[in-house]
Design a protein around this ligand. Structure first.
Ligand code: HEM
Length: 451
Protein backbone atom coordinates (compact mmCIF):
# COMPACT_ATOMS: atom_id res chain seq x y z
CA UNK A 1 0.00 0.00 0.00
CA UNK A 2 1.41 3.38 -1.01
CA UNK A 3 1.81 6.04 1.71
CA UNK A 4 0.35 8.69 -0.60
CA UNK A 5 -2.81 8.74 -2.67
CA UNK A 6 -4.93 10.98 -4.86
CA UNK A 7 -8.04 12.58 -3.29
CA UNK A 8 -11.34 13.99 -4.54
CA UNK A 9 -11.68 15.76 -7.84
CA UNK A 10 -10.24 15.28 -11.28
CA UNK A 11 -6.80 16.70 -10.45
CA UNK A 12 -4.87 14.32 -8.15
CA UNK A 13 -3.50 15.82 -4.92
CA UNK A 14 -0.81 13.79 -3.15
CA UNK A 15 -0.96 13.60 0.64
CA UNK A 16 1.43 12.18 3.21
CA UNK A 17 0.19 9.82 5.96
CA UNK A 18 -0.09 12.54 8.64
CA UNK A 19 -2.19 14.88 6.51
CA UNK A 20 -4.30 11.93 5.37
CA UNK A 21 -5.04 10.88 8.94
CA UNK A 22 -5.95 14.47 9.96
CA UNK A 23 -8.30 14.70 6.98
CA UNK A 24 -9.81 11.31 7.83
CA UNK A 25 -10.54 12.46 11.36
CA UNK A 26 -12.04 15.74 10.10
CA UNK A 27 -14.28 13.95 7.61
CA UNK A 28 -15.38 11.35 10.17
CA UNK A 29 -16.24 14.13 12.67
CA UNK A 30 -18.17 16.00 9.98
CA UNK A 31 -20.16 12.84 9.13
CA UNK A 32 -21.00 12.26 12.80
CA UNK A 33 -22.04 15.90 13.24
CA UNK A 34 -24.28 15.67 10.16
CA UNK A 35 -25.94 12.51 11.54
CA UNK A 36 -26.51 14.28 14.86
CA UNK A 37 -27.98 17.34 13.12
CA UNK A 38 -30.25 15.19 10.93
CA UNK A 39 -31.60 13.47 14.04
CA UNK A 40 -32.43 16.87 15.59
CA UNK A 41 -34.11 18.02 12.38
CA UNK A 42 -36.18 14.86 11.92
CA UNK A 43 -37.28 15.00 15.60
CA UNK A 44 -38.24 18.66 15.10
CA UNK A 45 -40.24 17.79 11.98
CA UNK A 46 -42.16 15.09 13.86
CA UNK A 47 -43.04 17.58 16.63
CA UNK A 48 -44.06 20.11 13.99
CA UNK A 49 -46.38 17.76 12.10
CA UNK A 50 -48.31 15.81 14.72
CA UNK A 51 -48.22 17.29 18.25
CA UNK A 52 -47.83 20.79 16.77
CA UNK A 53 -49.66 21.56 13.54
CA UNK A 54 -52.14 18.68 13.47
CA UNK A 55 -53.30 19.51 17.00
CA UNK A 56 -53.43 23.23 16.06
CA UNK A 57 -55.69 22.43 13.10
CA UNK A 58 -57.86 20.23 15.30
CA UNK A 59 -58.20 23.02 17.90
CA UNK A 60 -59.02 25.61 15.26
CA UNK A 61 -61.67 23.43 13.58
CA UNK A 62 -63.34 22.99 17.00
CA UNK A 63 -63.13 26.74 17.74
CA UNK A 64 -64.61 27.65 14.34
CA UNK A 65 -67.41 25.09 14.50
CA UNK A 66 -68.49 26.47 17.90
CA UNK A 67 -67.71 30.07 16.88
CA UNK A 68 -66.08 30.69 20.27
CA UNK A 69 -62.39 31.33 20.90
CA UNK A 70 -62.59 29.89 24.43
CA UNK A 71 -64.34 26.64 23.43
CA UNK A 72 -61.14 24.54 23.48
CA UNK A 73 -59.33 23.48 26.64
CA UNK A 74 -56.39 25.85 27.39
CA UNK A 75 -54.26 22.77 28.11
CA UNK A 76 -54.75 21.58 24.51
CA UNK A 77 -53.90 25.00 23.10
CA UNK A 78 -50.78 25.12 25.28
CA UNK A 79 -49.83 21.58 24.21
CA UNK A 80 -49.90 22.80 20.61
CA UNK A 81 -47.94 25.99 21.40
CA UNK A 82 -45.25 24.12 23.39
CA UNK A 83 -44.83 21.50 20.65
CA UNK A 84 -44.38 24.22 18.00
CA UNK A 85 -42.10 26.58 19.91
CA UNK A 86 -39.96 24.09 21.80
CA UNK A 87 -40.61 20.79 19.98
CA UNK A 88 -40.21 22.09 16.44
CA UNK A 89 -38.31 25.38 16.42
CA UNK A 90 -36.42 24.73 19.68
CA UNK A 91 -35.17 21.32 18.50
CA UNK A 92 -34.04 22.84 15.17
CA UNK A 93 -32.19 25.61 17.02
CA UNK A 94 -30.43 23.21 19.38
CA UNK A 95 -29.34 21.00 16.44
CA UNK A 96 -28.17 23.93 14.28
CA UNK A 97 -26.46 25.45 17.34
CA UNK A 98 -24.53 22.24 18.09
CA UNK A 99 -23.52 21.96 14.43
CA UNK A 100 -22.64 25.54 13.62
CA UNK A 101 -21.77 27.63 16.71
CA UNK A 102 -18.50 25.85 17.64
CA UNK A 103 -17.42 26.08 13.96
CA UNK A 104 -18.41 29.72 13.48
CA UNK A 105 -16.64 30.71 16.70
CA UNK A 106 -13.72 28.32 16.03
CA UNK A 107 -14.21 26.64 19.41
CA UNK A 108 -12.76 23.39 20.63
CA UNK A 109 -14.94 20.46 19.48
CA UNK A 110 -17.50 19.18 22.02
CA UNK A 111 -17.89 15.45 22.75
CA UNK A 112 -20.57 14.02 20.45
CA UNK A 113 -22.28 12.10 23.25
CA UNK A 114 -23.23 15.47 24.74
CA UNK A 115 -25.23 16.27 21.60
CA UNK A 116 -26.99 12.87 21.68
CA UNK A 117 -27.75 13.07 25.41
CA UNK A 118 -29.15 16.58 24.98
CA UNK A 119 -31.41 15.36 22.17
CA UNK A 120 -32.68 12.40 24.20
CA UNK A 121 -33.48 14.51 27.29
CA UNK A 122 -35.09 17.25 25.20
CA UNK A 123 -37.30 14.89 23.18
CA UNK A 124 -38.48 13.00 26.28
CA UNK A 125 -39.08 16.31 28.12
CA UNK A 126 -41.09 17.97 25.34
CA UNK A 127 -43.05 14.78 24.54
CA UNK A 128 -44.04 14.18 28.15
CA UNK A 129 -45.12 17.81 28.50
CA UNK A 130 -47.35 17.47 25.43
CA UNK A 131 -48.74 14.20 26.75
CA UNK A 132 -49.74 15.53 30.20
CA UNK A 133 -51.45 18.53 28.62
CA UNK A 134 -53.54 16.24 26.41
CA UNK A 135 -54.13 13.47 28.90
CA UNK A 136 -53.36 14.43 32.52
CA UNK A 137 -52.13 11.00 33.63
CA UNK A 138 -49.80 11.42 36.68
CA UNK A 139 -49.42 15.05 35.60
CA UNK A 140 -48.30 16.24 39.07
CA UNK A 141 -45.19 14.12 38.64
CA UNK A 142 -44.70 14.24 34.88
CA UNK A 143 -45.10 17.98 34.37
CA UNK A 144 -42.25 19.10 36.67
CA UNK A 145 -40.19 16.14 35.45
CA UNK A 146 -40.64 17.19 31.81
CA UNK A 147 -39.61 20.77 32.67
CA UNK A 148 -36.54 19.45 34.56
CA UNK A 149 -35.53 17.28 31.56
CA UNK A 150 -35.81 20.25 29.18
CA UNK A 151 -33.70 22.32 31.56
CA UNK A 152 -31.06 19.57 31.87
CA UNK A 153 -30.89 19.33 28.06
CA UNK A 154 -30.35 23.09 27.88
CA UNK A 155 -27.46 22.92 30.36
CA UNK A 156 -25.69 20.32 28.20
CA UNK A 157 -26.22 22.46 25.09
CA UNK A 158 -24.99 25.59 26.86
CA UNK A 159 -21.84 23.89 28.09
CA UNK A 160 -21.00 22.71 24.56
CA UNK A 161 -21.59 25.96 22.67
CA UNK A 162 -20.70 28.56 25.28
CA UNK A 163 -17.20 27.21 25.81
CA UNK A 164 -14.43 29.82 25.80
CA UNK A 165 -11.80 27.35 24.64
CA UNK A 166 -10.69 28.20 21.09
CA UNK A 167 -9.66 25.27 18.85
CA UNK A 168 -6.21 26.88 18.45
CA UNK A 169 -4.50 30.25 18.96
CA UNK A 170 -6.02 33.31 20.64
CA UNK A 171 -9.79 33.42 21.31
CA UNK A 172 -11.78 35.09 18.51
CA UNK A 173 -13.31 38.47 19.44
CA UNK A 174 -17.08 38.32 19.70
CA UNK A 175 -18.88 39.50 16.58
CA UNK A 176 -22.27 41.28 16.97
CA UNK A 177 -24.27 38.18 15.97
CA UNK A 178 -22.67 36.31 18.89
CA UNK A 179 -24.08 38.85 21.38
CA UNK A 180 -27.53 38.48 19.84
CA UNK A 181 -27.41 34.67 19.96
CA UNK A 182 -26.21 34.82 23.59
CA UNK A 183 -29.11 37.14 24.49
CA UNK A 184 -31.52 34.74 22.77
CA UNK A 185 -29.97 31.81 24.66
CA UNK A 186 -30.60 33.73 27.89
CA UNK A 187 -34.21 34.11 26.72
CA UNK A 188 -34.39 30.33 26.31
CA UNK A 189 -32.89 29.87 29.78
CA UNK A 190 -35.45 32.30 31.26
CA UNK A 191 -38.31 30.47 29.48
CA UNK A 192 -37.17 27.08 30.76
CA UNK A 193 -36.74 28.35 34.33
CA UNK A 194 -40.20 29.96 34.28
CA UNK A 195 -41.60 26.71 32.94
CA UNK A 196 -39.89 24.69 35.67
CA UNK A 197 -41.09 27.04 38.39
CA UNK A 198 -44.71 27.17 37.19
CA UNK A 199 -44.79 23.39 36.66
CA UNK A 200 -43.75 22.81 40.29
CA UNK A 201 -46.30 25.39 41.53
CA UNK A 202 -49.11 23.85 39.48
CA UNK A 203 -48.20 20.32 40.59
CA UNK A 204 -48.36 21.42 44.23
CA UNK A 205 -51.41 23.69 44.24
CA UNK A 206 -53.52 23.53 41.05
CA UNK A 207 -56.30 21.28 39.82
CA UNK A 208 -55.06 20.97 36.21
CA UNK A 209 -51.80 21.21 34.23
CA UNK A 210 -53.00 24.24 32.20
CA UNK A 211 -51.00 27.43 32.82
CA UNK A 212 -53.17 30.31 34.17
CA UNK A 213 -54.07 32.71 31.32
CA UNK A 214 -52.22 35.77 32.71
CA UNK A 215 -49.03 33.79 33.31
CA UNK A 216 -49.29 32.18 29.86
CA UNK A 217 -49.44 35.63 28.17
CA UNK A 218 -46.27 36.76 29.95
CA UNK A 219 -44.53 33.43 29.41
CA UNK A 220 -45.25 33.58 25.66
CA UNK A 221 -43.71 37.06 25.48
CA UNK A 222 -40.49 35.70 27.03
CA UNK A 223 -40.37 32.57 24.88
CA UNK A 224 -41.17 34.27 21.56
CA UNK A 225 -39.86 37.87 21.78
CA UNK A 226 -37.18 36.95 24.31
CA UNK A 227 -35.90 33.70 22.79
CA UNK A 228 -37.01 32.91 19.22
CA UNK A 229 -37.11 36.40 17.69
CA UNK A 230 -33.55 37.39 18.73
CA UNK A 231 -32.29 33.90 17.82
CA UNK A 232 -33.59 34.47 14.29
CA UNK A 233 -31.97 37.94 14.25
CA UNK A 234 -28.63 36.47 15.37
CA UNK A 235 -28.48 33.87 12.59
CA UNK A 236 -29.99 36.38 10.10
CA UNK A 237 -27.21 38.86 10.78
CA UNK A 238 -24.58 36.12 10.43
CA UNK A 239 -25.83 34.46 7.24
CA UNK A 240 -28.27 36.67 5.33
CA UNK A 241 -25.93 39.52 4.33
CA UNK A 242 -23.99 36.84 2.40
CA UNK A 243 -26.96 34.79 1.15
CA UNK A 244 -28.91 37.90 0.04
CA UNK A 245 -25.92 40.00 -1.07
CA UNK A 246 -26.88 42.76 1.39
CA UNK A 247 -24.76 45.81 2.22
CA UNK A 248 -22.53 45.39 5.33
CA UNK A 249 -24.31 44.97 8.66
CA UNK A 250 -24.74 48.08 10.87
CA UNK A 251 -23.45 46.40 14.02
CA UNK A 252 -24.23 49.14 16.55
CA UNK A 253 -27.83 49.37 15.31
CA UNK A 254 -28.20 45.60 15.71
CA UNK A 255 -27.13 45.88 19.35
CA UNK A 256 -29.54 48.81 19.82
CA UNK A 257 -32.32 46.64 18.37
CA UNK A 258 -31.44 43.92 20.85
CA UNK A 259 -31.57 46.44 23.72
CA UNK A 260 -34.99 47.76 22.66
CA UNK A 261 -36.36 44.24 22.22
CA UNK A 262 -35.06 43.21 25.66
CA UNK A 263 -36.76 46.24 27.23
CA UNK A 264 -39.97 45.17 25.49
CA UNK A 265 -39.69 41.65 26.91
CA UNK A 266 -39.10 42.98 30.44
CA UNK A 267 -42.04 45.42 30.12
CA UNK A 268 -44.28 42.61 28.79
CA UNK A 269 -43.28 40.28 31.59
CA UNK A 270 -44.41 42.95 34.08
CA UNK A 271 -47.70 43.33 32.18
CA UNK A 272 -46.92 46.75 30.71
CA UNK A 273 -48.25 45.52 27.38
CA UNK A 274 -48.48 48.84 25.49
CA UNK A 275 -44.92 49.81 26.40
CA UNK A 276 -43.83 46.27 25.51
CA UNK A 277 -45.48 46.52 22.09
CA UNK A 278 -43.85 49.89 21.37
CA UNK A 279 -40.40 48.64 22.40
CA UNK A 280 -40.59 45.44 20.35
CA UNK A 281 -41.90 47.41 17.35
CA UNK A 282 -38.98 49.85 17.64
CA UNK A 283 -36.60 46.89 18.11
CA UNK A 284 -37.90 45.10 15.00
CA UNK A 285 -37.66 48.25 12.87
CA UNK A 286 -34.11 48.87 14.14
CA UNK A 287 -33.05 45.26 13.44
CA UNK A 288 -34.39 45.57 9.87
CA UNK A 289 -32.45 48.82 9.41
CA UNK A 290 -29.32 47.19 10.86
CA UNK A 291 -29.39 44.14 8.58
CA UNK A 292 -30.46 46.36 5.63
CA UNK A 293 -33.08 44.00 4.21
CA UNK A 294 -34.97 46.70 2.37
CA UNK A 295 -31.99 48.56 0.89
CA UNK A 296 -30.78 47.76 -2.63
CA UNK A 297 -28.48 44.72 -2.46
CA UNK A 298 -24.74 45.17 -2.92
CA UNK A 299 -24.24 41.83 -4.71
CA UNK A 300 -26.46 39.21 -6.36
CA UNK A 301 -28.15 36.85 -3.87
CA UNK A 302 -26.68 33.35 -3.54
CA UNK A 303 -29.76 31.29 -4.35
CA UNK A 304 -28.10 28.33 -6.00
CA UNK A 305 -29.85 25.07 -4.95
CA UNK A 306 -32.84 26.93 -3.45
CA UNK A 307 -35.69 28.76 -5.15
CA UNK A 308 -34.68 32.17 -6.53
CA UNK A 309 -37.53 33.82 -4.60
CA UNK A 310 -35.72 33.13 -1.29
CA UNK A 311 -34.80 36.83 -0.67
CA UNK A 312 -38.40 37.96 -1.32
CA UNK A 313 -39.80 35.58 1.31
CA UNK A 314 -37.18 36.67 3.86
CA UNK A 315 -38.33 40.28 3.33
CA UNK A 316 -42.00 39.26 3.64
CA UNK A 317 -41.19 37.44 6.91
CA UNK A 318 -39.61 40.59 8.37
CA UNK A 319 -42.72 42.50 7.23
CA UNK A 320 -44.79 40.04 9.32
CA UNK A 321 -42.56 40.75 12.31
CA UNK A 322 -43.37 44.48 12.08
CA UNK A 323 -47.07 43.69 11.72
CA UNK A 324 -46.96 41.33 14.74
CA UNK A 325 -45.45 44.08 16.91
CA UNK A 326 -47.93 46.69 15.63
CA UNK A 327 -50.86 44.33 16.31
CA UNK A 328 -49.62 43.77 19.86
CA UNK A 329 -49.78 47.56 20.48
CA UNK A 330 -53.35 47.60 19.10
CA UNK A 331 -54.32 44.55 21.21
CA UNK A 332 -52.98 46.17 24.38
CA UNK A 333 -55.16 49.27 23.77
CA UNK A 334 -58.27 47.27 22.84
CA UNK A 335 -58.90 45.63 26.24
CA UNK A 336 -60.03 41.97 26.16
CA UNK A 337 -59.22 41.35 22.50
CA UNK A 338 -58.59 37.63 21.92
CA UNK A 339 -58.77 38.07 18.14
CA UNK A 340 -56.15 40.83 17.97
CA UNK A 341 -53.81 39.08 20.44
CA UNK A 342 -54.29 35.87 18.45
CA UNK A 343 -53.58 37.67 15.15
CA UNK A 344 -50.42 39.21 16.61
CA UNK A 345 -49.29 35.79 17.85
CA UNK A 346 -50.06 34.24 14.46
CA UNK A 347 -48.15 36.94 12.55
CA UNK A 348 -45.16 36.40 14.87
CA UNK A 349 -45.28 32.57 15.01
CA UNK A 350 -46.23 31.56 11.46
CA UNK A 351 -45.53 34.79 9.51
CA UNK A 352 -42.10 35.43 11.00
CA UNK A 353 -40.67 32.53 13.04
CA UNK A 354 -41.99 29.61 10.96
CA UNK A 355 -41.34 31.42 7.65
CA UNK A 356 -37.74 32.20 8.65
CA UNK A 357 -37.15 28.63 9.84
CA UNK A 358 -38.41 27.14 6.58
CA UNK A 359 -36.59 29.69 4.36
CA UNK A 360 -33.22 29.54 6.11
CA UNK A 361 -33.67 25.82 6.92
CA UNK A 362 -34.06 24.86 3.28
CA UNK A 363 -31.07 27.07 2.42
CA UNK A 364 -28.56 25.72 4.98
CA UNK A 365 -29.72 22.30 6.21
CA UNK A 366 -29.10 20.25 3.05
CA UNK A 367 -25.42 21.23 3.01
CA UNK A 368 -25.01 20.99 6.81
CA UNK A 369 -26.53 17.50 6.71
CA UNK A 370 -23.79 15.84 4.68
CA UNK A 371 -23.31 18.15 1.66
CA UNK A 372 -26.69 17.47 0.11
CA UNK A 373 -28.75 19.56 -2.29
CA UNK A 374 -32.37 20.50 -1.62
CA UNK A 375 -34.58 17.97 -3.43
CA UNK A 376 -37.07 20.40 -4.95
CA UNK A 377 -36.70 24.22 -5.07
CA UNK A 378 -40.14 24.32 -6.78
CA UNK A 379 -41.70 22.58 -3.78
CA UNK A 380 -39.97 25.18 -1.59
CA UNK A 381 -41.70 27.94 -3.56
CA UNK A 382 -45.07 26.18 -3.36
CA UNK A 383 -44.84 25.64 0.40
CA UNK A 384 -43.81 29.25 1.01
CA UNK A 385 -46.70 30.57 -1.09
CA UNK A 386 -49.09 28.29 0.85
CA UNK A 387 -47.63 29.28 4.23
CA UNK A 388 -47.89 33.00 3.50
CA UNK A 389 -51.43 32.68 2.04
CA UNK A 390 -52.61 30.57 5.00
CA UNK A 391 -51.08 33.05 7.43
CA UNK A 392 -52.68 36.06 5.69
CA UNK A 393 -56.11 34.43 5.71
CA UNK A 394 -55.72 33.39 9.33
CA UNK A 395 -54.54 36.77 10.66
CA UNK A 396 -57.31 38.65 8.85
CA UNK A 397 -60.12 36.22 9.66
CA UNK A 398 -59.03 35.77 13.30
CA UNK A 399 -59.54 39.51 13.89
CA UNK A 400 -62.83 39.57 11.97
CA UNK A 401 -64.27 36.41 13.56
CA UNK A 402 -63.01 36.51 17.17
CA UNK A 403 -63.75 40.26 17.50
CA UNK A 404 -67.29 39.81 16.13
CA UNK A 405 -66.66 42.11 13.17
CA UNK A 406 -67.85 39.58 10.52
CA UNK A 407 -69.39 36.19 11.24
CA UNK A 408 -68.58 34.80 7.75
CA UNK A 409 -64.89 34.90 8.75
CA UNK A 410 -65.43 31.84 11.03
CA UNK A 411 -65.71 29.67 7.93
CA UNK A 412 -62.37 30.96 6.55
CA UNK A 413 -60.40 29.88 9.65
CA UNK A 414 -60.41 26.09 9.02
CA UNK A 415 -59.46 26.71 5.38
CA UNK A 416 -56.48 28.79 6.50
CA UNK A 417 -55.46 26.01 8.91
CA UNK A 418 -55.56 23.34 6.20
CA UNK A 419 -53.49 25.54 3.85
CA UNK A 420 -50.84 25.99 6.58
CA UNK A 421 -50.90 22.25 7.32
CA UNK A 422 -50.29 21.54 3.62
CA UNK A 423 -47.40 24.05 3.64
CA UNK A 424 -45.53 22.54 6.59
CA UNK A 425 -46.15 18.99 5.31
CA UNK A 426 -44.49 19.91 1.98
CA UNK A 427 -41.59 21.42 3.93
CA UNK A 428 -41.14 18.14 5.83
CA UNK A 429 -41.37 16.07 2.63
CA UNK A 430 -38.78 18.25 0.88
CA UNK A 431 -36.29 17.94 3.74
CA UNK A 432 -36.80 14.22 4.36
CA UNK A 433 -36.40 13.34 0.66
CA UNK A 434 -33.29 15.56 0.60
CA UNK A 435 -31.83 13.59 3.53
CA UNK A 436 -32.66 10.26 1.89
CA UNK A 437 -30.85 11.18 -1.32
CA UNK A 438 -27.10 10.63 -1.56
CA UNK A 439 -24.71 13.52 -0.85
CA UNK A 440 -23.27 15.42 -3.83
CA UNK A 441 -19.74 15.29 -2.42
CA UNK A 442 -18.12 12.03 -1.39
CA UNK A 443 -17.17 12.29 2.26
CA UNK A 444 -15.80 8.79 2.77
CA UNK A 445 -12.75 8.82 5.06
CA UNK A 446 -9.60 8.63 2.93
CA UNK A 447 -8.21 5.62 4.75
CA UNK A 448 -11.36 3.69 3.78
CA UNK A 449 -10.73 4.48 0.09
CA UNK A 450 -7.22 2.98 0.15
CA UNK A 451 -7.30 -0.16 -1.97
C1 HEM B 1 -51.60 25.02 10.69
C2 HEM B 1 -50.96 25.81 11.48
C3 HEM B 1 -51.46 26.26 12.83
C4 HEM B 1 -52.72 26.23 13.37
C5 HEM B 1 -53.99 25.74 12.73
C6 HEM B 1 -52.64 26.76 14.70
C7 HEM B 1 -53.71 26.90 15.56
C8 HEM B 1 -53.66 27.53 16.78
C9 HEM B 1 -54.81 27.81 17.62
C10 HEM B 1 -56.24 27.49 17.28
C11 HEM B 1 -54.36 28.45 18.73
C12 HEM B 1 -55.24 28.93 19.89
C13 HEM B 1 -55.27 30.43 20.00
C14 HEM B 1 -55.84 31.11 18.80
O1 HEM B 1 -56.96 30.84 18.43
O2 HEM B 1 -55.07 31.91 18.20
C15 HEM B 1 -52.92 28.54 18.61
C16 HEM B 1 -52.09 29.08 19.56
C17 HEM B 1 -50.73 29.07 19.47
N1 HEM B 1 -49.97 28.69 18.38
FE1 HEM B 1 -50.65 27.90 16.68
N2 HEM B 1 -51.33 27.11 14.95
C18 HEM B 1 -50.58 26.81 13.84
C19 HEM B 1 -49.23 27.01 13.67
C20 HEM B 1 -48.39 27.47 14.64
C21 HEM B 1 -46.98 27.67 14.49
C22 HEM B 1 -46.20 27.43 13.20
C23 HEM B 1 -46.51 28.10 15.68
C24 HEM B 1 -45.10 28.43 16.10
C25 HEM B 1 -44.02 28.17 15.45
C26 HEM B 1 -47.63 28.19 16.59
C27 HEM B 1 -47.56 28.61 17.90
C28 HEM B 1 -48.65 28.85 18.70
C29 HEM B 1 -48.56 29.38 20.04
C30 HEM B 1 -47.28 29.72 20.79
C31 HEM B 1 -49.86 29.51 20.52
C32 HEM B 1 -50.28 30.00 21.91
C33 HEM B 1 -50.34 28.84 22.88
C34 HEM B 1 -50.71 29.29 24.27
O3 HEM B 1 -51.72 30.02 24.41
O4 HEM B 1 -49.99 28.91 25.21
N3 HEM B 1 -48.75 27.80 15.93
N4 HEM B 1 -52.53 27.98 17.42
Amino acid sequence: MSDVQPVLGSKPVWLDEKTKSIMDRTIAREQSLSRLLMSYIVSGLIFMLLPGTFLGVWNLIKISSREAADSVSPAWIQAHGHAQLFGWVGTFILGIGFYSIPKLRKLKAFALWEGWLCLALWVVGVTSRWFVNIYPWHWRLLMPLSAALEFAAFLIFFRAVASHRPSSGAPRPWEPWVFVVIAATMGLLASLLLNLDVSIQLARHAASPALPHEFDQRYLIVSTWGFLVPMVWGFSSRWLPVFMGLKPLRSSLLLLALGLNTMGVVAGFFERFTAAGIFVLAGAATAITAIRFFEPAAKPAKTINVHGSFPIFIRIAYGWLLLAAALSVWASRAGEAAGIWGASRRARAAGFIAAMVVCVGQRVLPSFCGMRVLWSPKLMLLMLVLLMSGCTLRVASEILAYQDYASWAWSILPVSALIELAAVTLFAVNLVVTFLRPPVVVTTPLSMTTA
